[in-house]
Ligand binder design. Structure first.
Ligand SMILES: N[C@@H](CCC(=O)N[C@@H](CS)C(=O)NCC(=O)O)C(=O)O
Length: 220
């Protein structure tokens, strides 16, 4: 996905730390994202937390902006987030992107086991949390469908994910130990808006307290 001259297929609406002028597009991290998407916000929060300058190109998924020929040339899967790095190379998948941005930072534990634990949660998020909690939230909040239109199986599996998180947070303040890490960034994205998908977090006090802790640590 190399892209020496990234297509300008989004609207620049925001500059991260340090900012950049539009003419500097090839020298600044570009984030193609949709603000309604937790997967995209993971990337924004990581860049903001680490003080990485970027331009955010608002890519309205519901208006088909991720399916234009220009966008598909950038990322054939037609999904956001996608970033174009300062050297023109593109990268997709939210958790791969934040792993790249977070390289060498305090968001990644230096201890090999703790780092692997962080990754364990991030893989789990994509497999067992996002497909239920984010999808229910998209149907209810983004598409405005009634609760009856949501497959009860999504809710059951979403609640199972919340129960797993509750259990995981029983012995440490953050998912990979004592400090906030990329695992928390990845998991908080859709957990903090789970209520928009019809999930009630009141039975998950450790999760609720953790959401507040991560929000404070990231300043979101
Ligand atoms: N596993 C991917 C999921 C990407 C994804 O599903 N993006 C959604 C927005 S959250 C999207 O672009 N959907 C538009 C489409 O699939 O057409 C990631 O973590 O980045």
């Amino acid at each position: 996905m190399a892209s020496p001259n990234p297509p300008f297929c989004g609207q620049i609406v925001e500059a991260g730390a340090g900012g950049a002028r539009p003419e500097d597009l090839t020298m600044t991290l570009l984030i193609y994202g949709d603000r309604v998407s937790g997967n995209c916000l993971k990337v924004k929060w990581t860049a903001d937390h680490l003080g990485i300058p970027y331009r955010w190109l608002q890519t309205e998924v519901r208006e088909g902006a991720s399916r234009t020929p220009e966008f598909l040339a950038l990322h054939p899967a037609g999904q956001v987030p996608v970033v174009v790095l300062e050297d023109g190379r593109a990268l997709a998948q939210s958790n791969a992107i934040i792993l790249h941005l977070g390289e060498g930072s305090a968001l990644i534990p230096t201890d090999a086991y703790q780092r692997a634990r962080m990754l364990e949660w991030m893989f789990w998020e994509q497999n067992s949390h996002e497909p239920y909690i984010a999808v229910a939230r998209r149907l209810r909040f983004v598409e405005g469908r009634p609760a009856e239109a949501v497959d009860p199986g999504l809710m059951t599996r979403g609640y199972a994910a919340l129960a797993r998180l509750e259990q995981g947070l029983a012995s440490s303040p953050f998912l990979a130990g004592e400090a906030v890490s990329l695992a928390d960034v990845a998991l908080v994205a859709y957990t903090r808006v789970a209520h928009e998908g019809g999930f009630d977090l009141n039975a998950y006090p450790a999760v609720k307290a953790w959401v507040a802790r991560v929000e404070a640590a990231l300043g979101i």
